[in-house]
Design a protein around this ligand. Sequence first.
Ligand code: PSU
Ligand code: MN
Length: 319
Amino acid sequence: MTGSITIETTPEVKDALSEGRPVVALESTIITHGMPWPGNRDMALEVEAVIRAGGAVPATIAVIEGRLRAGLDADAITALAQAKNVMKLSRADLAFALAERRTGATTVAATMMAAHMVGIPVFATGGIGGVHRGAELSFDISADLDELARTPVIVVCAGAKAILDIPKTLEALETRGVPVVAFGQHEMPAFWSRSSGLSAPLRLDDAEAIARFEATRRALGGHGGMLVANPVPAEDEIPAEVMHGHIEAALKLASDKDIEGKAVTPFLLGEILRLTDGASLKTNIALVLNNARLAARIAVALAAADTDHQASDPSQSKG
Ligand code: PSU
Ligand code: MN
């Protein structure tokens, strides 16, 4: 039995894609498992507004009652933000949710899959999954890393959270051939903080340069994704020294409570929210908005480059 999955798009997303206009994909796990209600809904709607203001069309990806959707309207986002028992979907279980008619939020990995299927080249999020601390014993390495290796979508994040092992995450990305580009600074940002103490493998300073790099990767062939690490704005950051203690406390509690598997990241985020008295959420929202702004600029630059390319090469024209 073979077949193809239909991705349901809103008319806005469908028109933009068919006309080659810029579109930015957004994940939904950050809504259902990353932030509490109602801040999660406010964040999701604000992110979409920022992308529109940047001249691109937002497409939030999720599985709603067994249907894979790219583009959710405000009512659908609000419903998802309050829904209970939403699955957290990665590559391993995206098809399960479709087959079993479940509702699920897509992680970075599953969002990349859907974005690529529908033809969206860039995606904005907060943080990616990575190599967890103690992974040498737990084997807890996010499927996001393998997805970045295989699926050609640019993921704009604010770096890897310091709840992860950032050096090991960078090593794993390098092994998988994933370029990691810090935006506007040499240092790898660490999500709530602008600095991680580690230098990023690559640095670029504007969206056009990222689009040129991507075009060259495509021309070279056989590439997967790219990770753009965009530091949180200085006025919104929580310095690494302040986060350090909270992260250690959250990790200890997770270990005492034997939190495992998919539950680890949501547990740590919730604990850090509590330990910072809500400050981590404010920073989280600010960095996602900042990433959405950059992703829109990259989408605009990519669309302009495609148009130029078609104009100069008649064989590439859509006629
Ligand atoms: N980082 C955040 N918020 C999130 C996530 C990461 O700050 O909500 C989510 C993303 O969807 C990411 C996923 O893809 O967690 C990684 O989960 P895991 O480590 O279980 O692969
Ligand atoms: Mn994991």
